[in-house]
Design a protein around this ligand. Structure first.
Ligand code: HEC
Length: 99
């Protein structure tokens, strides 16, 4: 009984501490993108595409294509290489939610 209560409390604590799955929330990996794609994906440099407001499905596909070698760009392949599917989903949701 005591064990069950503790386990329950632990899972409630985990749920409370877990970041909300909010599209506007900034994923940690965004820090590595800002230098080129700008704050919130509002790039001011023509060489670096604007990501803000782009469709999430498009961003997700682009990142997976870079990561998996279907789209070739040395710079982006380097940055997409280490991303998991979940990180890509979060980045795509974040950038598409930026106005
Ligand atoms: C050193 C600069 C640099 C960094 C850092 C960088 N990018 Fe890029 N990104 C580029 C360039 C350059 C392109 C254009 C590539 C091409 O022409 O195919 C690009 C393209 C993209 C595209 C495709 C956009 C489109 O409209 O086709 C996405 C999505 C993207 N980057 C996401 C990211 C994310 C997410 C991060 C951080 C994890 C990131 N980038 C970090 C330079 C960078």
């Amino acid at each position: 009984m005591k064990k069950t209560t503790l386990a329950l409390l632990a899972s409630v604590a985990t749920l409370t501490l877990a970041p909300a799955a909010n599209a506007a929330e900034e994923p940690a990996k965004v820090k590595t993108c800002v230098g080129c794609h700008g704050q919130g994906g509002h790039s001011v440099v023509p060489n670096f595409p604007v990501l803000a407001g782009q469709h999430a499905a498009y961003l997700e596909k682009a990142l997976k294509d870079f990561r998996d070698g279907f789209r070739h760009n040395a710079t982006m392949q380097m940055f997409a290489k280490g991303l998991t599917d979940d990180e890509i989903k979060a980045l795509a949701a974040y950038y598409s939610s930026q106005k």
